[in-house]
Design a binder for this molecule. Structure first.
Ligand code: HEM
Length: 467
C-alpha cells in the first residue's frame, strides 16, 4: 500500500503516504497540513494521488475539475462507507442513506425527504428561543469561572444544535438544552469518541480484527440507533396524519412500505448527524472568526440592536458575507472522498481507471488563488459584495463554478443548506445582542487535525451586555 496502484494516472503527483498520518504524530492541525503538505502537490495539476480510508484515491482541488465531477454524477457515483468499508464501525453508524447512496436508492430517499428540508416556514421563533437559551448558558458558564481563558464553547453549542435540529425537523425535544446529560447526547458523545479515532478513519480495515474496544463501539452504535428511533417515534406519535414536517414524511415512507425499516433507521440517523454536526462546527468557527476580528463583531452588533426577523437577517450584507467567508475559509466538511468511478474516464487530462475513489478538498478549492485572488487565505468578508444582491449573486457564481463548495453542489448539493443558514444566522444575532466575546490575550487556537473542521477545544471570554 505504500505506493498507488500501477493503473493510477501517471501525469499527476503522488502525495507521500506519510502525509496522511501527520495528524496523528505531529501537533499540526489540518489547515497547516493542507497548506504545507497537500497544497504543493495539488497546486501542480489540480489533483493528486492521496492515501485515505485505507486506500489510494484521487483528491481533486481545481474548481474546473470539480465541476466536471459534479456534472458527471453517473461516472463519479456516490459510494459511501456502506460500500467502501462495509465491515467498519463507521459504516454501521451511518448506514445506507440519502447522503451516501447513488441512483435509485438515493432518489427513493431524497423524494421522501426533500419537501421536509426545503421549506420556507421553519419555526424561526423556536430557533430564536433556543439561541436565547444558548446565550444564557454561555453567560452562566462564564459567571464565577476560575479559568481565565473563558468558557469551553463546543459542548454548549453541540447541545444547542441537537435541540434545534430535533425541534425543527424531527418534532422531538431531545432535552439537550435543558440538561447536559440527556441520554441521546451522552451516548452520541461516547460513540463519537470511538468513531472518529483517526487511526480507524485512516486504516478502517483494522475493524476486521477482534479488538475489544471496537466491539464496544459497535454495541454503542446499536444503542444510539435504538435510543434515537425510540425517542423520535414516541415523541411524534401524536402528530397529525397529514403533518408535513420532515419526520412525518419519513414515517409515512416507512409506513406505506416505500422504505424498509432499515432505510428509515439509517436515514433518521443521518439526519440527526448531518443536521447538527455541521451546524455545530460552523458555529464554532463563526465564534472564532468574530473573536479574532472584534471590529467585525462590533459592526455586526450595531446592525442588530433593533428587533429583527428572518428577513432582516437574510438581507444583512455583512451578516451573510461573514457567514460565507467563514464557510469559505473553514468549511465544516473540508474534504470528502466518497465517489467511485463506474467506468474509466478522463477528468481534464487525467485518465482515471474504473473503480477508483475520487474525492474533493473544499479547503483547496476555497483557497485557490486563481479563483479567489492572491489574498485567498485572508478573511475578507468585503470580497462578497456591497449589497445583498451582489452577495447572493457572488455566492451563486462561485458555487456554480465549484469554487465554493461548503454544501457541495450540483444535484447532490446539501438539502439542509437553507435551514442551516437560518439557524446559524439566528444564533449569531442572538449572541451578539446579549454578549460580547473575545479570546484571552495570549490564547492560541488550533483547528482539528482531521475530520470535520473547527477550532478545537476553543474557550472564549463572554461579557454580559444585558447585565
Ligand atoms: C453548516 C451546515 C452544513 C454543511 C456545511 C453541510 C454540508 C453538506 C455537504 C458537503 C453535503 C454533500 C456531502 C457529500 O458530498 O457526500 C451535504 C449533503 C446533505 N446534507 Fe448537509 N450540510 C449542513 C447542514 C445540513 C443540515 C442542517 C441538514 C438537515 C437537517 C443537512 C442535510 C443534508 C442532506 C440530506 C444531504 C444529502 C443531499 C443529497 O445527496 O441529495 N445538511 N451537506
Amino acid at each position: 500500500v505504500l505506493i498507488p496502484p500501477s493503473n493510477f494516472p501517471r501525469n499527476i503527483p503522488t502525495i507521500p503516504i506519510w502525509v496522511s498520518f501527520l495528524g496523528f504524530f505531529t501537533p499540526l492541525d489540518q489547515l497547516e497540513i493542507y497548506s504545507q503538505y497537500l497544497e504543493p502537490y495539488l497546486q501542480q495539476h489540480g489533483a493528486a494521488k492521496y492515501f485515505f480510508g485505507g486506500r489510494w484515491n484521487i483528491l481533486v482541488k481545481k474548481p474546473d475539475l470539480l465541476s466536471d465531477i459534479l456534472k458527471h454524477e453517473d461516472v463519479f457515483a456516490k459510494s459511501g462507507n456502506q460500500k467502501k468499508i462495509p465491515y467498519s464501525v463507521l459504516a454501521a453508524f451511518t448506514g445506507d442513506n440519502v447522503i451516501s447512496a447513488h441512483g435509485q436508492a438515493w432518489k427513493l430517499y431524497r423524494d421522501a425527504m426533500k419537501p421536509g428540508l426545503q421549506r420556507h416556514d421553519f419555526d424561526v421563533d423556536g430557533i430564536r428561543k433556543n439561541a436565547e437559551r444558548l446565550a444564557w448558558l454561555l453567560l452562566e458558564a462564564q459567571k464565577g469561572l476560575q479559568n481565565p481563558r473563558g468558557v469551553a464553547v463546543n459542548p454548549l453549542i453541540q447541545r444547542f444544535a441537537m435541540q434545534t435540529l430535533g425541534q425543527t425537523v424531527l418534532g422531538t425535544d431531545f432535552k439537550t438544552l435543558e440538561s447536559a446529560t440527556s441520554r441521546i447526547h451522552t451516548i452520541h458523545t461516547q460513540l463519537k469518541m470511538q468513531i472518529f479515532k483517526p487511526l480507524y478513519l485512516t486504516m478502517p480495515f483494522l475493524d476486521r480484527l477482534p479488538i475489544k474496544s471496537r466491539r464496544k463501539a459497535r454495541a454503542l452504535v446499536d444503542e444510539f440507533e435504538d435510543e434515537l428511533v425510540k425517542t423520535v417515534l414516541e415523541q411524534t406519535e401524536k402528530l397529525p396524519e397529514d403533518d408535513d414536517m420532515l419526520v412525518s414524511l419519513m414515517k409515512r415512507a416507512r409506513r406505506d412500505g416505500t422504505w424498509t425499516e432499515r432505510q428509515f433507521r439509517d436515514n433518521l440517523k443521518i439526519v440527526f448527524i448531518a443536521g447538527h454536526e455541521n451546524v455545530q462546527q460552523l458555529l464554532n468557527s463563526l465564534l472564532y472568526v468574530l473573536a479574532k476580528y472584534p471590529q467585525t463583531q462590533e459592526q455586526l452588533r450595531d446592525e442588530f440592536r433593533a428587533d429583527y426577523d428572518a428577513e432582516s437577517m437574510k438581507s444583512s450584507t455583512l451578516l451573510t458575507s461573514v457567514l460565507l467567508e467563514t464557510l469559505r475559509l473553514f468549511p465544516p466538511i473540508p474534504q470528502l472522498v466518497n465517489r467511485k468511478t463506474t467506468a474509466a474516464v478522463l477528468l481534464g487530462d487525467i485518465p482515471i481507471p474504473k473503480d477508483t475513489y475520487v474525492g474533493w478538498t473544499a479547503t483547496g478549492a476555497h483557497r485557490d488563488t486563481e479563483a479567489w485572488g492572491s489574498n485567498a487565505d485572508e478573511f475578507q468578508p468585503e470580497r462578497w459584495g456591497d449589497t445583498p444582491e451582489q452577495v447572493h449573486g457572488n455566492m451563486r457564481k462561485h458555487t456554480s463554478k465549484s469554487q465554493f463548495i461548503p454544501f457541495h453542489g450540483g444535484r447532490r448539493a446539501c438539502l439542509g443548506q437553507n435551514f442551516a443558514m437560518l439557524e446559524v444566522r439566528a444564533v449569531v444575532v442572538e449572541l451578539l445582542r446579549t454578549s460580547r466575546w473575545r479570546f484571552e490575550e495570549d490564547a492560541t487556537v488550533k483547528f482539528t487535525p482531521g475530520g470535520l473542521l473547527a477550532p478545537m477545544g476553543m474557550r472564549l471570554v463572554f461579557e454580559n451586555l444585558k447585565a
